[in-house]
Write a protein that binds this ligand. Structure first.
Ligand SMILES: [Zn+2]
Length: 140
């Protein structure tokens, strides 16, 4: 089966399925295809959209999925590292990070949440932050 996007002379677009390209040509020459909107029989193919992915496309998709899975794994590793080595302060993050920044005696690694506004304020104070894409840990 092949799906064709069809267009009539009035630029109406619609989709139709044919068993193959020959069937389309045959029906068209017999004027058996008509626009579903205005019933004109002046129809042209616009873009062909085969319903079967090419082998090459399948290969590419597989590669992308593999790649994304690898990144997710790396992000999860990073998350685990942060959870082990950093202290979670949650929504108190902006306050805690200032404590660490302004009180030089304190030296601890913390992580937590900050809104975009809070992040901007902290940056204006000269506090550099690193945003980490936080990936869901499936084990939780
Ligand atoms: Zn039409």
């Amino acid at each position: 089966m092949i799906k064709y996007n069809l267009k009539c002379k009035h630029k109406h677009e619609f989709e139709s399925w044919f068993s193959d390209s020959k069937e389309f040509e045959k029906l068209k020459s017999k004027k058996m295809i008509e626009c579903i909107f205005c019933k004109t029989k002046s129809i042209e193919k616009s873009i062909m959209a085969p319903n079967v992915l090419s082998q090459e496309q399948k290969q590419k998709d597989k590669k992308s999925i593999k790649y994304i899975k690898k990144i997710q794994k790396d992000l999860l590793k990073m998350r685990n590292f942060v959870e082990k080595n950093f202290e979670y302060v949650g929504n108190n993050f902006p306050r805690e990070v200032r404590n660490v920044y302004y009180d030089k005696r304190k030296n601890k690694n913390i992580y937590g949440k900050a809104t975009p506004e809070e992040t901007q304020e902290l940056e204006e104070e000269g506090i550099e932050l690193t945003a980490i894409p936080w990936i869901d840990n499936k084990k939780n």
